[in-house]
Design a protein around this ligand. Structure first.
Ligand SMILES: Cc1ncc(COP(=O)(O)O)c(C=O)c1O
Length: 454
C-alpha cells in the first residue's frame, strides 16, 4: 500500500467512528489523542523547508519539525550517510568495545565547542542527556570526596525532558503532577518571564538579571555545600521561549563557581546554530560545566543525544584500578553507528553551508518580521533571539491554551504552515536553511491566521 492509500484508509477509519479505529493502537506522545484521531493531521514526506501530507499538500515548516531539523529535511548527504552506514556496521556495542565513528564524532564535536570542553558522553535523546548529566554531576562530586552534594536546582517553567530526573528539575507543572514524588532534594529558581517589564523586547530583555540572585537565597536555605548542580536552558524553549535577561546567565555562572556547584546548560534546543553561534554558551559567552544536546546533533534524522563535559570532569573519574568501570551509566544505543554517521554527515552540512552561524545573519530580518505581528489581535508579546521567535496571545477567559491551539490547527489546515504552541504561546524555530522570503511568508501566513482568530 502506498503512502496515499494508507493515509486514505486511516482517514476513512477515523471518520467511520469518532474513536478512529485504525488509529487507536498508537498511544501518541504529548498529544490530545481523541481530538487528533477524530481529525488526523498526517505528514508523509519531507524535503528542505517543507513537509508534504499524504494528499500532497505542501506544508511550510516553521519549527524544524520539533526544533530538530536544523539542516532542513531529507538532506541528501545525511540520507546517503545513514543508508551507507546501515549496510556497513548496523550495531556495535560501546560497553567495553568501540567503533571508530563514536570517537571521530566526539572529536568533531570538541572542535565546535568552547575550548573548555573535553569529552562527549552519548545517549539517544534530550531526556536521556539530562538524566545522564545529572548523574554525572552527582557522581563527580562523590568521586572528589564531596558526596554530600546531592541537591539539584532547576528553574520554574524549565523543560528538561521526561525522565524522572528531567521532570524533577523541570518546572512545568503539567509534566510533573501525575508522576508521584519525583526526585528528592530538588529546588527551583524563579523563571524570568515578566510581561510588565519586558513585553515586546527585541532580543535579550534589559530587566531581570537580579532574578539570578535568588540562587543565593536558595543556597543559603540548603547550605551551598549540599548542592551538586544547577540546570537551566540558556533560552527556555518548550515552555514558550523565555529569553535570558542581559547578565542573568553570567550571574548564575559566578554564583555556581563561587560555591563549587556545577552549572549545566541544557542546549537541546539552543545547540547547533539556533541562536547564530554553534552553542548558546558561545552566544552568551558563558561556559557551563556540563552541556546537554540532542535534536540538531543529527538534524533530527536518527535519535541521538549527548552530554559534553568540561575538561577536568572526566579526569576526576579516572581513578582507582585501571580495569574497573569508572561510570556505571550508559545506554545500549550510546553512540549507535547510524546516529554517529548521521551526526558526522550533519556536521559536514552545517560546516559546508555555514549553518551554525547563519542564524546570526538572518536574525535582524527575523526580528523585524516577527515583531511586525505586534499589532495583530490578541497579541500581548512578541519576543525573539537568533532564529527563535514567540508570539504570546491573551488567553480566552476560562479556556487557557485554546486560542493558540486554534491557531495551530488553522495554520496547518488553512495556511499549510507547521507551528508549535505551548499554552497560549506560538513558538517559531524554522530550519536554519530558511530564506528571507520564506521568513516573510511564515509571518504573512501567521498574520492571516491571527487576523481571523476569535
Ligand atoms: C531543553 C530541552 N531538554 C530536553 C528535551 C527533551 O528531549 P527529548 O524529547 O529528545 O527527550 C527537550 C525537548 O524539547 C528540550 O527542549
Amino acid at each position: 500500500m502506498n503512502d496515499m492509500a494508507r493515509a486514505q484508509d486511516l482517514l476513512q477509519d477515523a471518520s467511520r467512528t469518532a474513536a478512529g479505529a485504525g488509529l487507536e493502537a498508537f498511544w501518541m506522545p504529548f498529544t490530545a489523542n481523541r481530538h487528533f484521531k477524530a481529525a488526523p493531521r498526517m505528514l508523509s514526506r519531507a524535503e528542505g523547508m517543507h513537509y508534504y501530507t499524504p494528499e500532497g499538500r505542501q506544508i511550510l515548516d516553521a519549527v524544524a519539525g520539533l526544533w530538530c531539523t536544523n539542516a532542513g529535511h531529507c538532506r541528501t548527504p545525511i540520507v546517503e550517510a545513514i543508508r551507507k552506514q546501515a549496510g556497513e556496521l548496523d550495531f556495535a556495542p560501546t560497553f567495553q568495545m568501540g567503533h571508530p565513528l563514536g570517537f571521530e564524532l566526539a572529536n568533531r564535536l570538541m572542535a565546535i565547542l568552547p575550548d573548555a570542553f573535553g569529552q562527549a558522553f552519548f545517549c539517544n535523546s534530550g531526556s536521556e542527556a539530562v538524566d545522564s548529566a545529572l548523574k554525572i554531576a552527582l557522581a563527580y562530586h562523590r568521586m572528589r570526596g564531596e558526596g554530600q552534594r546531592t541537591r539539584l536546582i532547576g528553574r520554574e517553567r524549565g523543560y528538561h525532558g521526561v525522565g524522572f530526573g528531567g521532570i524533577s528539575v523541570g518546572g512545568i507543572s503539567g509534566n510533573r503532577k501525575h508522576f508521584g514524588g519525583l526526585l528528592a532534594g530538588v529546588d527551583h529558581l524563579p523563571h524570568t518571564h515578566n510581561l510588565e517589564h519586558n513585553a515586546f523586547t527585541k532580543g535579550q530583555p534589559a530587566w531581570g538579571a537580579h532574578l539570578a540572585d535568588e540562587l543565593e537565597k536558595i543556597l543559603a536555605l540548603h547550605d551551598p555545600s549540599t548542592v551538586a548542580a544547577v540546570i537551566v536552558e540558556p533560552v527556555a524553549g518548550s515552555t514558550g521561549v523565555l529569553i535570558p535577561p542581559v547578565g542573568y546567565l553570567q550571574r548564575l555562572r559566578e554564583i555556581t563557581a563561587k560555591h563549587g556547584i556545577l552549572l549545566i546548560f541544557d542546549e537541546v534546543i539552543t545547540g547547533f546554530g539556533r541562536l547564530g553561534s554553534p552553542f548558546a554558551a558561545q552566544h552568551f559567552d558563558v561556559v557551563p560545566d556540563l552541556m546537554t544536546v540532542a535534536k540538531g546533533i543529527t538534524s533530527g534524522t536518527v535519535p541521538m543525544g549527548a552530554v559534553f563535559a568540561r575538561k577536568g570532569l572526566y579526569e576526576a573519574f579516572m581513578q582507582g584500578p585501571e580495569k574497573s568501570i569508572e561510570l556505571f551509566h550508559g545506554y545500549t544505543y550510546s553512540a549507535h553507528p547510524l546516529a554517529c554517521a548521521a551526526a558526522l554527515a550533519t556536521l559536514d552540512v552545517y560546516e559546508d553551508e555555514g549553518l551554525l552561524t547563519r542564524a546570526a545573519t538572518l536574525a535582524s530580518h527575523w526580528e523585524q518580521a516577527v515583531h511586525s505581528l505586534r499589532d495583530c489581535p490578541h497579541v500581548i508579546d512578541v519576543r525573539n533571539i537568533g532564529l527563535v521567535g514567540a508570539i504570546e496571545l491573551a488567553p480566552r477567559a476560562g479556556e487557557p491554551g485554546t486560542r493558540a491551539f486554534d491557531a495551530f490547527i488553522r495554520a496547518f489546515q488553512d495556511e499549510h504552515l507547521l507551528i508549535r504552541v505551548t499554552g497560549d504561546i506560538i513558538a517559531l524555530s524554522p530550519p536554519l536553511i530558511v530564506s528571507a522570503d520564506q521568513i516573510d511568508d511564515i509571518v504573512a501566513r501567521l498574520r492571516s491566521i491571527l487576523m481571523r482568530l476569535a
